[in-house]
Design a protein around this ligand. Structure first.
Ligand code: EPZ
Length: 419
């Protein structure tokens, strides 16, 4: 199994063009199923989760190929509606192929998705919404058999109990070709939802209100292929900004989605870093030891502080001056990375959904194992800020969301090898 070997103590500095967003590319790849033609997706990140999505597309009859950071999907043919358990288990995002398959063929057989272990990750809201749209759903031996009796789902008014990103995406994917109008109340407002809707509008879909809590979708007959550029990854941006801040370095992020990163930037600035933004650039300089964040950092649905940035900011604050407090409100078990940070010398106390971070003068190298995607990135960040050498195992978690992290870190002057 591959590992990262990181030697800490260097200041990161340089310029970085942000990769395309994983959490935007994945639902958009599922959405290509609806087009019945060719789609070209530019700024598509080269990640293991993206390859999982392409395997699902190929297994249902589409042809998905990559050149550099462009994915080309030809969905003229869809001749399979069953997605194997093995493919479903590869990532959480596999579940949004349910909405896309229903939107294209009116039926599909899937199973409970895999993905990061962040606590129970039910799909009850996804299934309840599909049923409201007239889809029969039978569960047997872990398989979820879905079929719209009339061959097509129909529009519905759906109020989500929680603004679930995945459930919002699944409803949109099923509704764009359904009979009639669908209204989603309490929809997720994450930027990746707006990117998915931007792609679908480019394919001829009729969607209004994305980015707000109420989204209205008018079912269209057929959609067509298009060329689309995927938005930059705001969480990867938050990761490298936190990494640079903890190393007391400086960085310019280009092609960043600045407005979408404001909820994170407004907290990062409280650590005493200098942050300047203009159009799609973010400049950060952090010459001194970070300050602790005075206000409690509460993870919330967008436009609140993003849960995906919790682990990396926490790692940066382990070497700050003072005490910071996190409150994780989205997932039940998203502090699995703290044991590894404590092993590296961090002072962290977890009490249910609250984590108390007392800044320590320095961290030291250790042998640790990545627990999940963002937790693994947090360990790399801590290792770069630590004295000595850290070995991080199970880095396949990190490769799911970060393009060649070791090359990016080396480009910024850090000492990191894949071993
Ligand atoms: C998406 O996951 C992202 N993944 C996650 O990013 C992100 O953390 C999350 O949204 C929140 O922003 C992708 O986009 C591929 P949810 P998703 O449905 O859709 C509960 C990363 O690091 N829930 O908004 O699974 C659920 O258990 C990943 O890139 C139900 O109870 O998130 C969780 O507690 C990690 N029933 C909460 O809602 C449901 O039917 C938020 O989940 C659905 C969700």
């Amino acid at each position: 199994m591959q590992k990262f070997i990181v030697k800490g103590g260097r200041r990161l500095r340089g310029e970085l063009a942000l990769q395309g967003s994983k959490n935007s590319a994945l639902p958009i790849m599922a959405a290509t199923l609806l087009c019945g033609g060719e789609c070209r997706l530019n700024n598509c990140p080269r990640l293991t989760d993206i390859y999982s999505a392409s395997r699902i597309l190929n297994c249902v009859g589409c042809r998905c190929t990559f050149s550099e950071n462009t994915a080309v999907v030809d969905s003229s043919v869809v001749n399979e509606t069953v997605i194997s358990e093995e493919l479903m288990r590869e990532m959480r995002s596999s579940i949004i192929f349910m909405g896309a398959m229903l939107g294209r063929t009116g039926e599909c057989t899937v199973s409970v998705p895999g993905g990061c272990e962040l606590g129970p990750r039910p799909i009850d809201m996804h299934l309840a919404a599909m049923r409201k749209m007239g889809v029969d759903i039978r569960e047997s031996y872990g398989r979820i058999i879905c079929r719209a009796p009339s061959g097509k789902a129909h529009g519905a008014r759906i109020s989500l109990a929680f603004p679930s990103v995945g459930a919002t995406e699944n409803i949109i994917l099923c509704a764009v070709t359904a009979e009639g109008e669908t209204v989603i109340n309490n929809a997720a407002r994450e930027p990746e939802i707006r990117d998915l809707c931007g792609f679908l509008r480019a394919c001829g879909a009729n969607i209004k209100g994305d980015g707000e809590s109420k989204i209205i979708i008018k079912g269209a007959g057929k959609l067509h292929g298009c060329e689309y550029t995927i938005m930059a990854d705001r969480i990867v941006g938050a990761t490298y900004l936190s990494m640079t801040a903890a190393s007391r370095g400086e960085i310019i992020l280009t092609n960043a989605c600045v407005p979408e990163m404001e909820p994170f930037l407004s907290v990062l600035e409280q650590t005493g870093c200098s942050v300047y933004t203009n159009e799609n650039k973010i400049y950060l300089r952090s010459g001194a030891r970070l300050k602790a964040v005075k206000d409690r950092i509460r993870t919330m649905p967008h436009p609140g502080f993003p849960t995906d940035a919790q682990a990396v900011l926490m790692a940066a604050l382990t070497v700050s001056d003072g005490t910071s407090v996190f409150e994780e409100n989205i997932f039940d078990c998203r502090y699995r990375h703290t044991d590894a940070l404590v092993k590296m010398g961090a002072d962290i106390q977890v009490l249910g959904k609250v984590a108390i971070i007392k800044g320590t003068p320095r961290l030291h190298g250790a042998a640790v194992e990545a627990t999940d995607l963002r937790g693994g990135a947090a360990m790399v960040l801590a290792a770069l800020a630590a004295e000595g050498t850290t070995e991080i195992d199970r880095i396949s978690h990190i490769d799911r969301g970060y393009e060649k992290m070791e090359e990016t870190v080396r480009k910024l002057g850090g000492d990191m090898q894949r071993g």
